[in-house]
Unconditional design. Structure first.
Length: 134
């Protein structure tokens, strides 16, 4: 008697909200791979904009840059970093100069860098997972 084949399940990094990803994409792993790929393609440019805004002292541009990257972290299930971006945006609304944001900025940039490493590692794992159909 043949056993029914069980669907393959991808095990995401513990920092990724797998339940949230499932709510967005179900088990469409090729599409999730594409989302991770697109996120990585734009990452360095978006981070460079944030760094330039901070260096130039423009709180408005800093907020704009963080606002732009915030949804990308949700799309890849890094909801804690997405929330941190939102909190930093709120701090930008209260600040008149970037110096007031220094501590939060350093923490955010460390989280964004960690997020990039997680996204890159998960993208590679997803590519391998999707290329092995059983």
């Amino acid at each position: 008697m043949n056993q029914p084949t069980l669907p393959k399940h991808f095990i995401f990094n513990e920092k990724i909200n797998g339940d949230y990803l499932f709510s967005l994409y179900a088990d469409d792993y090729p599409y999730i791979e594409e989302v991770f790929s697109v996120t990585l393609q734009h990452f360095d440019q978006d981070i460079a904009f944030i760094e330039a805004a901070y260096a130039s002292g423009s709180v408005a541009d800093l907020k704009k840059g963080v606002h732009k990257v915030k949804p990308a972290f949700g799309f890849v299930g890094l909801t804690d970093i997405q929330q941190q971006c939102g909190d930093f945006e709120d701090a930008c609304l209260q600040a008149s100069e970037t110096e007031e944001l220094k501590s939060g900025y350093k923490n955010l940039m460390a989280s964004l860098e960690e997020g990039k490493m997680i996204i890159a590692a998960e993208f590679r794992k997803l590519k391998d997972f999707n290329s092995n159909p059983v």
